[in-house]
Design a binder for this molecule. Structure first.
Ligand code: BG6
Length: 486
C-alpha cells in the first residue's frame, strides 16, 4: 500500500462541538447553542430562547476553549500532520451583522493555529460548520436572505486575511448538501419558519416546519457565498487550497429491480452530486435543475450574475465525510435503518454501529473511485470518518476500543487500495479525534475519539483527558505512513 509521502494524516472536530465557552470573551449565540441534547430514540429540541434549568451540550462541550494546548500536544504525540477545526463565526461577529470583528475571538484562533504550527501541524479550517450566528437566523432568515451572503463574505475576508500566513487549507461550508434534506434547513441554511421562531415551547428538530423552496434558495445563496469566498481567498493568498465539503452517503440499489436502480441514481444525484458539481465544476447540473423544477421548486432565483460568480469561484479540492452506505428501493416494506442526515434501507451484507450507521469500507473505496472519475484531476480528502460508540472504562482503568481500531483499519486499507488504483487522495482526518458532542443526537455518550474526555450527558465530569487504545494504534499508522495497520 502506498500513501503519498506528504499525505495529510490527522483528525477533525468542529468549534461548536468541542469549544464550549459559548458566551465568553464576547462570543454571541450560534445556532448550536439553542439545541438541547437528545439520543438515538429522542430527537434534539430547539427553542428560540435559552431556557433556564436545561442542559445545553454545546455551552461547555469538552471545554476545548481552555484545553486546546493540552489537546494539540496530544494530537502532536499521535503525529498529526493536519488538524481540522472550524472557526465559530459568532466568536468573530457575535451578532453576525456587527460592523467590526471581535478581537478576542480573532486572538483565540490566532493562538490556536500558532499552537498547531508549533508542532508542524497544518490547520484545516472550516468557515462554517453549522455555526451560523443566531442573530443572522433570527433577523435575516439565515441564508434565505441575500444579505447573509454579504455578512458571510465580510466574515470570510476577515479571517482569511488575518490567518493568511497560518492557514493554507480552508473549507467554505461543512456538508453543504445537508440542505437538500429537511434537517439541513436548520443546520445548514439557518432558517426557522416564523411560527417556529415565535413558539415559546421547545420543538423537536425533525418537526420544525420544512420549506423546500426557501431551503433550495438558501442553498443557492450558499453556493454564491462559497464561490465569492474562493475568489476573495485567492486574492488574499494565491496558495490557499479551498475546498467544498460534502456529506457523502453512498447509496446502493437494494435489489436488481431496475426501478431500484433508477431510484438510487436519483438519490445519488440529488444528495451526493448536485452540490459537488456546482462547487467543483462551477455549474449547475441540468438534471438537478430539472429535478428541482419537477418537484415544484421555482428556480428563478438562479440569476446569470450568480452563475458567473459560481463559474469563477470553483474550489481547489473536493473534501467529504464518509461514515456509511445505505440501500434504496421502491419496496415500501423494505427494512429501514438510520444514518447521517438521512435514513436509508438495511443492507443484509453489512453490520451497523449501535446508532444504526452501516459500516462499509468497500463503500469508501467505491466512493473514492467514483469521485476521481467524476472530477478528474481534483485532489480529494476524506475529512470525516469514524465510529460513534459507547466506550466503557474497563477494570484496568483503560478503554480498549478494538472495535474502533477495526473500523479505522478497514477504512484505511480501502483508501490505500483506492490510491493504488489511481485516486488522488491527499489527506484523511478522522472525525472527533477527541470525544466531542454528537451533532445528530447532542450526546457525549456517542464517542469517536482516540482521546477520552470525562464529560457526560447529565453534565457531570471533570473534562479530564485520557488515551484510548486506538491512540497508540493511530500513532503507529501515521509513523509508518499507513504501512503498519496491525
Ligand atoms: C457529520 C458532521 O455529519 O457527522 C459532524 O459534519 C458530526 O458535525 C459527524 O458530528 C458525526 O455525526 P454525529 O451525529 O454522530 O455527531
Amino acid at each position: 500500500m502506498s500513501f503519498p509521502k506528504d499525505f495529510l494524516w490527522g483528525g477533525a472536530v468542529a468549534a461548536n462541538q468541542c469549544e464550549g465557552a459559548y458566551n465568553k470573551d464576547g462570543k454571541g449565540l450560534s445556532e448550536a447553542d439553542l439545541l438541547l441534547g437528545g439520543n438515538y430514540e429522542t430527537p434534539r429540541m430547539f427553542c428560540s430562547h435559552i431556557m433556564k434549568d436545561h442542559f445545553y451540550p454545546s455551552h461547555q462541550a469538552i471545554d476545548f476553549y481552555h484545553h486546546y494546548k493540552e489537546d494539540i500536544k496530544l494530537f502532536a504525540e499521535m503525529g498529526f500532520k493536519t488538524f481540522r477545526t472550524s472557526i465559530n463565526w459568532s466568536r468573530i461577529f457575535p451578532h453576525g451583522d456587527d460592523e467590526t470583528p471581535n478581537e478576542a475571538g480573532l486572538a483565540f484562533y490566532e493562538d490556536l493555529f500558532k499552537e498547531c504550527k508549533k508542532y508542524g501541524i497544518e490547520p484545516l479550517v472550516t468557515l462554517c460548520h453549522y455555526e451560523i450566528p443566531w442573530g443572522i437566523m433570527k433577523n435575516y432568515g439565515g441564508f434565505t436572505s441575500r444579505k447573509t451572503i454579504d455578512l458571510y463574505i465580510r466574515y470570510a475576508k476577515t479571517v482569511l486575511t488575518r490567518y493568511k500566513d497560518l492557514v493554507k487549507y480552508w473549507l467554505t461550508f461543512n456538508e453543504i448538501n445537508g440542505a437538500t434534506t429537511a434537517i439541513g434547513q436548520y443546520n445548514g441554511i439557518g432558517y426557522v419558519a416564523p411560527e417556529d421562531l415565535a413558539s415559546e415551547e421547545p420543538i423537536p428538530l425533525n418537526q420544525l416546519k420544512d420549506d423546500p423552496q426557501k431551503r433550495f434558495e438558501g442553498l443557492h445563496n450558499e453556493f454564491v457565498a462559497s464561490a465569492l469566498a474562493v475568489i476573495e481567498g485567492h486574492k488574499i493568498n494565491p496558495d490557499f487550497m479551498i475546498g467544498c465539503m460534502i456529506c457523502h452517503v453512498t447509496w446502493y440499489p437494494l435489489t436488481c429491480n431496475p426501478k431500484d436502480l433508477l431510484e438510487t441514481e436519483e438519490k445519488d444525484l440529488m444528495f451526493n452530486d448536485f452540490c459537488g458539481d456546482v462547487q467543483v465544476k462551477g455549474e449547475y447540473n441540468p438534471l438537478a435543475v430539472a429535478y428541482l423544477k419537477n418537484h415544484g421548486i421555482d428556480t428563478s432565483y438562479i440569476t446569470d450574475e450568480d452563475l458567473a460568480i459560481i463559474k469563477e469561484g470553483k474550489v481547489d479540492m473536493y473534501t467529504f465525510s464518509y461514515y456509511m452506505s445505505n440501500c434504496v428501493s421502491v419496496d415500501p416494506n423494505a427494512q429501514s435503518i438510520g444514518g447521517n442526515m438521512s435514513m436509508g434501507l438495511k443492507n443484509p451484507y453489512l453490520k451497523a454501529s449501535a446508532w444504526g450507521w452501516q459500516i462499509d469500507p468497500d463503500g469508501l473505496k467505491y466512493t473514492l473511485k467514483k469521485l476521481a472519475s467524476r472530477y478528474p484531476g481534483v485532489p480529494l480528502m476524506v475529512v470525516e470518518n469514524g465510529l460513534g460508540a459507547a466506550d466503557s472504562i474497563e477494570e484496568d482503568g483503560r478503554i480498549h476500543d478494538d472495535y474502533r481500531i477495526d473500523y479505522f483499519r478497514d477504512h484505511i486499507k480501502a483508501m490505500g487500495e483506492a490510491i493504488n488504483e489511481g485516486v488522488p487522495l491527499i489527506g484523511y482526518t478522522t472525525w472527533g479525534c477527541i470525544d466531542v458532542v454528537s451533532c445528530g443526537t447532542g450526546e457525549f455518550h456517542k464517542r469517536y475519539g482516540f482521546i477520552y474526555v470525562n464529560r457526560h450527558d447529565d453534565g457531570t465530569g471533570d473534562f479530564s483527558r485520557s488515551k484510548k487504545d486506538s491512540f497508540n494504534w493511530y500513532r503507529k499508522v501515521i509513523a509508518s505512513n499507513g504501512e503498519d495497520l496491525s
